[in-house]
Design a binder for this molecule. Structure first.
Ligand SMILES: NC(=O)c1ccc[n+]([C@@H]2O[C@H](COP(=O)([O-])OP(=O)(O)OC[C@H]3O[C@@H](n4cnc5c(N)ncnc54)[C@H](O)[C@@H]3O)[C@@H](O)[C@H]2O)c1
Length: 174
């Protein structure tokens, strides 16, 4: 089991705050679930894949952490409504943070759309084509979510934050 998934070094305190993460069973979403749970949040995560959702439960338990997993396919209106009711029951005071990770879209390349969150599987040339010198890690996204959801970002009311190692700036993939 991937109990060594890297999470951000930066860790605000989310104690007692309820956080909902969509697509939380795998990849970036799993990293978000783990990150927010490590930061003390009451984490609810949802995914259409119950098998990987349960795997995430095991990874959390290995670290002495827990979160609520709610299976739902977000392309189905009835399941979204059921998810909303279940979330309200679990977080009656409301959510402090919603990370809609399952809906993050990026049209830069087919490879990105496929989603390949483990840097270990990328050849060196893929790392070097990025101005930052490496490809992105799930923890890069989690760190940005931490910041935007934390009181440190209390004077930011809306931004588009590009997290791509400089690739958009470079404008071209090999
Ligand atoms: N990994 C990348 O390089 C990259 C780059 C740009 C954007 N993104 C976006 O970031 C998000 C996460 O990427 P990832 O690489 O972790 O993807 P991933 O495929 O590894 O994980 C996505 C998770 O969302 C779940 N999911 C997908 N559709 C769903 C639905 N309709 N209802 C419920 N759950 C659903 C999947 O079951 C999966 O667990 C995605 O939206 C992806 O498009 C990723």
């Amino acid at each position: 089991m991937n109990g060594t998934l890297q999470t951000p070094a930066y860790r605000p305190d989310f104690s007692g705050r309820s956080v909902l993460i969509t697509g939380g069973a795998a990849g970036i979403g799993r990293c978000l679930v783990l990150s927010f749970a490590q930061a003390g949040a009451r984490v609810i995560y949802t995914d259409r894949d119950s098998e990987t959702g349960e795997e995430t439960q095991t990874i959390l338990a290995e670290q002495g952490l827990s979160a609520h997993f709610l299976q739902a396919d977000l392309s189905d209106q009835a399941q979204i409504e059921r998810l909303a009711r279940q979330t309200k029951d679990l977080a009656p005071s409301g959510l402090a943070v919603l990370v809609h990770n399952a809906a993050i879209a990026n049209a830069h390349s087919a490879e990105w759309q496929k989603g390949r969150p483990d840097p270990a599987i990328w050849p060196e040339e893929e790392h070097h084509q990025h101005p930052a010198g490496r490809i992105g890690r799930p923890a890069d996204i989690a760190a940005a979510c931490f910041f935007l959801a934390s009181p440190d970002a209390g004077f930011i009311t809306g931004q588009t934050l590009v997290i791509d190692g400089g690739m958009t700036r470079k404008m071209i993939y090999r």
